[in-house]
Design a protein around this ligand. Structure first.
Ligand code: ADP
Length: 517
């Protein structure tokens, strides 16, 4: 393949050896792409909702992951079809922006593709379908705002936030423990930790939360109940010398990314030592150099040194002797967190050293085995994201597919107003929205079509957009009573992202790939 430029300077690609490539064009290309996208969505469909199934994935080196988190499943699936990769990206974007709804967004995209396939077969041009989908997604987007509710909580009343985080935690790892008092207590304490951690770093006035200030640390060997929140930094390192103090009140920390030792001769330098005296002098000079460094730290008032680099035993001994506690080999990310939390600055050159101070929130986690730690971390991440999203924007829509059903009704009703071919695509979009409640019903062992039509007619009859699928067989369809909801921005994002990806897939009409592909 070669890159060339035409007379206007626009780049184009010259493909040699055409006969060695496979090439799909027009409808064939779209159909092949759609079936690849649908295949990915089909895998995730059974994982959707509170009764969703888990997937077990084994990596090439034997590590096993059990999860029902859409983003994680796709991340580990190692797909090599380009369209399937787009679906992986789709889930990742949802995870990045919102942190929740990663399965739903892929199922939605799959449903849109399925409907598009039917329209293509009826001879509707892909661009028309893409335009219709775009219109429909805007209708759904606005309708969501229309049916949104306000989620009430305040700094003094955080109970609703805790309840929400508990709901998020329940669909992930915690069911694996079965049910019972201890599990519930554990769920509650994990939810409290998530909320407290988020509030500790939240700026309620600006409605902003920087989740990077919260670190989730896993430790093999403890119990889930041992999880605790630490307002501070957890650095999994010991002091460089066992006799250095374990606790320092009001520590003033020098954060160094430069080596904390005398300069070592590199291979291109040569030091000639031919007598004992010369060797002694060199040692003395090195010692003095390091001594000066220690003195410099002391002069600026540092009582603790945290260093990205190591120092040798002799330097360590000297530090101990000069009463300057130190921690060595601290990773770059941790150094940054320490700097943020302590209000300190990272010092890249020794000459720039100035004194710094302490502060802020960090989470520490203790648990039993590695597989559990990872899944617990993921569900905590979800809970943290939900709390953050609610602080950013208090609007919510009800879950259990109720928001999708309500949007589907609105989109279907709007379709009649469009005179062109687009109305077919808009109706198809409405049908695709129904796929979410259908998947929820199916995964909970209910009859999908009967359940959906019953709930839909109930929504229209009672004019109640909160009717959804009663997945847990609680006895009511009203998701407001069940307290099952999702954030408005999360749901809107799902619809926008799914539509964009599907539009992108529909617009591809030529697939050129290497022969062995
Ligand atoms: P995602 O990764 O997309 O968040 P989940 O497996 O967490 O996927 O499922 C989310 C879906 O399940 C949402 O549509 C949500 O409304 C629905 N859901 C969650 N809990 C319940 C419940 N208790 N009853 C009914 N639906 C629920």
């Amino acid at each position: 393949m070669a890159l060339a430029f035409d007379e206007y300077g626009r780049p184009f690609i010259i493909i040699r050896e055409q006969e060695q490539k496979t090439r799909l064009r027009g409808l064939d290309a779209q159909k092949a792409n759609i079936s690849a996208g649908k295949a990915v969505a089909r895998i995730l469909r059974t994982s959707l909702g509170p009764k969703g199934m888990d997937k077990m994935l084994q990596s090439p080196d034997g590590d096993v992951t059990i999860t029902n988190d859409g983003a994680t499943i796709l991340e580990q699936m190692d797909v090599d079809n380009q369209i399937a990769k787009l679906m992986v990206e789709l889930s990742r974007s949802q995870d990045y922006e919102i942190g929740d709804g990663t399965t739903g967004v892929v199922v939605m995209a799959g449903a849109l593709l399925e409907q598009a396939e039917k329209l293509l077969e009826r001879g509707i041009h892909p661009i028309r379908i893409a335009e219709g989908y775009e219109m429909a997604s805007r209708i759904a987007f606005e309708h969501l705002e229309h049916i949104a509710h306000k989620f009430e909580f305040s700094e003094t009343d955080v109970e609703p936030l805790i309840q929400t985080c508990m709901t998020t935690l329940s669909s992930k790892i915690l069911p694996a423990f079965g049910s019972g008092n201890s599990v519930n207590r554990c769920k509650r304490s994990m939810a409290e930790i998530a909320v407290k951690a988020v509030l500790a770093v939240a700026d309620l006035e600006r409605k902003d939360v920087n989740l990077e200030l919260i670190k989730v640390e896993g430790k093999v060997g403890g119990k889930l109940e041992d999880t605790e929140l630490i307002y501070g930094i957890v650095v999994d390192k010991d002091m460089s010398h066992p006799q250095m103090p374990k606790q320092i009140e009001d520590a003033k920390i020098a954060i160094l990314t430069c080596p904390f030792e005398p300069p070592k001769p590199k291979t291109k330098h040569k030091v000639d030592i031919d007598s004992v005296e010369k060797f002694q002098t060199l040692r003395e000079q090195e010692r003095k150099y390091f001594d000066d460094m220690v003195q410099k730290c002391k002069d600026v008032g540092a009582t603790l040194v945290i260093c990205q680099w190591g120092f040798d035993d002799e330097a360590n001994h000297l530090l101990m002797h000069r009463n300057l506690p130190a921690v060595r080999w601290v990773g770059g990310v941790e150094l940054e967190l320490i700097a943020i939390a302590t209000g300190g600055r990272i010092v890249p050159r020794f000459q720039e050293l100035t004194p710094e101070k302490l502060g802020r929130a960090i989470l520490k986690l203790l648990d039993r085995n590695k597989m559990m730690i990872e899944e617990t971390k993921r569900s905590l991440h979800d809970a943290l994201c939900v709390a953050r999203n609610l602080i950013r924007n208090k609007s919510i829509v009800y879950g259990g597919g109720s928001a999708e059903i309500s949007c589907s009704i609105a989109v279907e009703a709007a379709a009649d107003k469009y005179p062109g071919v687009e109305q077919y695509a808009i109706r198809a979009f409405a049908d695709a929205l129904d796929a979410i409640p259908m998947a929820l019903a199916e995964n909970s062992g209910l009859q999908p079509i009967e359940t959906l039509s019953a709930v839909k007619s109930q929504q229209i009859k009672d004019n109640n957009s909160c009717c959804g699928i009663d997945c847990n067989d609680v006895g009511t369809n009203d998701m407001r009573e069940q307290n099952v909801f999702e954030t408005l921005i999360g749901k809107q994002q799902q619809i926008l992202l799914a539509t964009q990806v599907v539009k992108m897939i529909l617009k591809i009409d030529d697939v050129i790939s290497p022969f062995d592909y």
